[in-house]
Design a protein. Sequence first.
Length: 145
Amino acid sequence: MSESIKPLGVDSERWKPLLDTPAYKVLFGEATERPGSSELNHETRPGTFICAACYLPLFDAGMKYDSGSGWPSFFESLPGRIGTREDFKLTMPRTEYHCIRCGGHQGHVFPDGPPPTGLRYCNNGLALVFIPEGERMPDLRQPDQ
């Protein structure tokens, strides 16, 4: 059974002091980092990938795979952690996904992934932080009200 995550409903500008400029542009300006630019592409240790803004755990490392796309890719997310909406920025509709808690843009999900789901969550590395197994997870954060 998954827990219900309550969206923070905080204006995106309030995240600006907590993030570096490139991460802020990806998370709250819906930018995309260059393919192959994220060190997380090569991360293979057990652990958890969390939202770089609010620190909500989004993916277990066991859900990650090498899609060859140039971005960290996952075949599944942790239950109840991802929200989706249609994106028409490139003319063809795509499914954008974001952190359910802070609304930070993570990437796009495509139906060309491996079993068991057949999905590919194509994530911007700047939108994630990796916490290796055995290290303490950071407390969830939110900007000052």
